[in-house]
Design a protein around this ligand. Structure first.
Ligand SMILES: [Zn+2]
Ligand SMILES: [Zn+2]
Length: 348
C-alpha cells in the first residue's frame, strides 16, 4: 500500500510503499476510502504534541470498507463501511474508564498518534472503537464527522442548554457544530479572523444568526450591540489561540461557559478576575468516548449535517496540512484514496 509517513516532527510527510498492515486479534483491516485532516494532525506534525509513535501514519478520521478481520473480530461484516476515530484503545480498568470517562483514560492510545492512522490505502483498527457509517453519507463527507463532528458535538454538549452560542474560529468543527446547534434551536454567533468575509458568509448560509470577526466588527451582519455581545450564554473556542480565552469570557454572561475545544492552544494571557466572576466556567474538552460517537453518528443524518469538504489526493497530504496551517481551508480538508480503491477493485 501507499502511505504518507511522518519520520520526525517538523518534517514533511514522505510518500512510501509499505506492506499492508495485517489485522491483529479483535482488529479489522480497512481499505481506506477517505481520511479527514484535523488540526490535531498538524499539532502532531509540528511538534506541539509530544512523543508520537515514529515512524507514524497520521490521520484519525478514517472511512473505509472492512476487507479483513483478525482473530475474534466479528462486529462488522466484510464489505461494511466503518469509521475510525481518534480514540483507538483504552484499558477499560482505570478510574476514568470505570466511571464512564474513557476519554480521560490514563493509558488511552490514539489513532494517528500512538497508533498508525489513515493517511494510507490500508489501515487496521480495534473494532470496538469503530463506528458504522450511516448510509447516504458519501465517504468524503462522512470523514469530518469522525473528529471535527464528534469533538465539536462533545463541546456543544458541555455548553448545556445555552440558547445563545458563540463559535470562535469557524473551520471544520464549527461548521458542523453550527448546523447541530441551529437544529437544536440555538442562536449561533460565528466569530472568525478579522476580515474573513468568505467564512462569515459561509456561517450565515449554515444558519448562524450573526457572523463577524473576533474584534466585534462585521461586514456581513448588522452590528451587534455591546449588550448582546456580552450576553452569550456559552462559547466554544476552536481556534488554537489562547488570546481568544479572555475575549470569549468577556462575551459570555454571568453563569455562562467557555469551552476550549482544541487539544493544544497557545498560552492564555492573564485577564482581570472580573470576566470570570459571576460563576462563569472556563473548561477544556478532551478526546471522545464511544458513547459520544454513537450519539453523534445517529444524530448527524437527522439534522442533517452537511459537510463542506476540500479534497486532496493522498500524496498531497503535506499541501492539505500547509493549507490548514495557513487558514486556507474552507470547511474540512479530506484526503481521498478513491483512485487506489478503484484499482484494487479492478485487480479483483
Ligand atoms: Zn482507562
Ligand atoms: Zn481530530
Amino acid at each position: 500500500m501507499r502511505a504518507m509517513v511522518l519520520h520526525g516532527q517538523r518534517e514533511p510527510l514522505r510518500l512510501e510503499e509499505r506492506p499492508d498492515p495485517r489485522p491483529g486479534p479483535g482488529q479489522v483491516q480497512l481499505g481506506v476510502h477517505a481520511c479527514g485532516v484535523c488540526r490535531t494532525d498538524l499539532h502532531v506534525v509540528d511538534g506541539d504534541l509530544h512523543e508520537p509513535k515514529l515512524p507514524l501514519v497520521p490521520g484519525h478520521q478514517i472511512v473505509g470498507t472492512v476487507e479483513g478481520r483478525g482473530e475474534g473480530a466479528g462486529r462488522f461484516a466484510v464489505g461494511q463501511r466503518v469509521g475510525v476515530p481518534w480514540l483507538g484503545w483504552t484499558d477499560g480498568e482505570c478510574r476514568y474508564c470505570r466511571s464512564g470517562r474513557e476519554n480521560l483514560c490514563e493509558r488511552a492510545r490514539f489513532t494517528g498518534y500512538q497508533l498508525d492512522g489513515g493517511y494510507a490505502e490500508t489501515a487496521v483498527a480495534d473494532e470496538r472503537y469503530c463506528f458504522p457509517i450511516p448510509d447516504g453519507y458519501p465517504d468524503l463527507q462522512a470523514a469530518p464527522l469522525l473528529c471535527a463532528g464528534l469533538i465539536g458535538y462533545r463541546s456543544l454538549r458541555l455548553c448545556g442548554d445555552a440558547a445563545t452560542l458563540g463559535l470562535f474560529g469557524f473551520g471544520a468543527s464549527a461548521h458542523i457544530v453550527c448546523q447541530v446547534a441551529v437544529h437544536q434551536g440555538r442562536e449561533v454567533h460565528a466569530l472568525t479572523r478579522p476580515g474573513d468575509r468568505e467564512t462569515q458568509r459561509f456561517a450565515l448560509e449554515l444558519g448562524a444568526a450573526w457572523a463577524g470577526d473576533t474584534e466585534g466588527g462585521s461586514e456581513v451582519s448588522d452590528p451587534v450591540e455591546a449588550r448582546v455581545r456580552a450576553g452569550l450564554e456559552a462559547a466554544i473556542i476552536f481556534a488554537p489561540a489562547g488570546e481568544l480565552v479572555p475575549v470569549a469570557l468577556g462575551a459570555v454572561a454571568p453563569g455562562g461557559t467557555v469551552v476550549c475545544a482544541g487539544i493544544h492552544m497557545s498560552d492564555i494571557p492573564s485577564f482581570p478576575y472580573e470576566i470570570l466572576w459571576g460563576e462563569r466556567t472556563l473548561r477544556s474538552v478532551a478526546n471522545l468516548t464511544r458513547a459520544d460517537g454513537e450519539e453523534f453518528i445517529a444524530l448527524a443524518p437527522r439534522v442533517p449535517v452537511r459537510t463542506e469538504v476540500a479534497e486532496y489526493p493522498l500524496e498531497r497530504a503535506n499541501q492539505a496540512l500547509d493549507d490548514l496551517r495557513a487558514g486556507r481551508v474552507h470547511g474540512a480538508a479530506v484526503l481521498s484514496m478513491a483512485n487506489a480503491q478503484a484499482e484494487r477493485k479492478a485487480d479483483g
